[in-house]
Ligand binder design. Sequence first.
Ligand code: 1CP
Length: 357
Amino acid sequence: MSNPKNDLFIRACKRLPVKRTPIWIMRQAGRYLPEYRAVREKYDFLTMCKTPELAAKVTIQPVDILGVDAAILFSDILVIPEAMGMHLELIESKGPVFHQPIRSEDDAKKLKRIDPDKELKFVLDAVELTKKELNGRVPLIGFSGSPWTLLTYMVEGKGSKNFSNVKRMIYNDPALAHSILNKLSDVIADYLSAKICAGADAVQIFDTWGGILSQSDFQEFSLNYITKVISQVKRKDEPIVVFCKGVHFGLVQLTNSGADVIGLDWTMNLEEVRSKIGDRVALQGNLDPTVLYAPVEKIKEETVNVLRSFGKGSGHIFNLGHGILPDIEPEKVKALVRFVKEKSAVFHPNVPETQKV
Ligand code: 1CP
């Protein structure tokens, strides 16, 4: 049986007409799925990232189980610092940890300038295998952390509340921060280019921690480097999505970064953002991930609210405002995907029937 190619996600990224709004979910390959946990019980997290067959398997699970309109390659933003020489450990109760964080110039000197085609070949192999196994069903998204978000983990050594160490670095030794950010930008641009070359149909840059910075620090330490990465990514017309959390103040500047799509967290209003930045970029988001704790009727109501807040026309990709939480019931997520499919067509009137899928 031949598979129809579902290109709704790519079309929406480019603001081309679509029959309905596409949906995928950040962290859709993860612990809330019993099928993921069954694989994870047998292998540790890094082994899963480094074994293309396992990465492909869990990448495709949400496509089969939920019916989302895009797959995102199972991996982690922290594979870059690991490849640059930092020892990464995933501690069950704590999350990812670097036991020797980067705090000084001497530490920074130890970071290797890597070639993703060599040190991160396992990711590129996973892209190729996943593309083959998806067989054109839905597009595949590749991703990276932004330079700033990677720097926070490399300096803090783990998830953080106040980000004291990385803030200490930018205020006491900004030159050191800039030199690492520059190095990271080059690696990230090469990495995203290599993923596109291996078959990724779009890429997303996660700036999860851009919002902990003041407006001017965001420009200096995050946005400038996101813009640099985007300008260096080698692509034909593969869309670039930038997801920022808590960056209310930087949305207009973000539209000048060269990104095709801006991903928004749930505290922002799509209608307001759209009216502020016009239709220069597509928007992705932004249902509060905790709405999935609610009964399905409430989920339906909130789903329609998000669709309505974007309004009519293409250029909206439905997503959560941040990653799905590990204790969400899969049935609720299936209902969400179904609601978006059922309820979004009215926001795309006058789209010719010939439009695919
Ligand atoms: O099974 C497990 O115990 C591992 C949990 C897990 C998973 C499933 C981690 C550790 N990473 C991932 C996969 C992952 N990470 C994906 C997979 C693709 C998908 O389905 O979306 C993606 C895109 C990421 C990206 C990622 N890793 C981000 C950016 C997105 C975000 O959520 O903000 C960040 C900040 C990380 C770091 C990380 N890796 C893992 C954890 C628990 C964390 C967060 C650590 C913290 O800040 O406390």
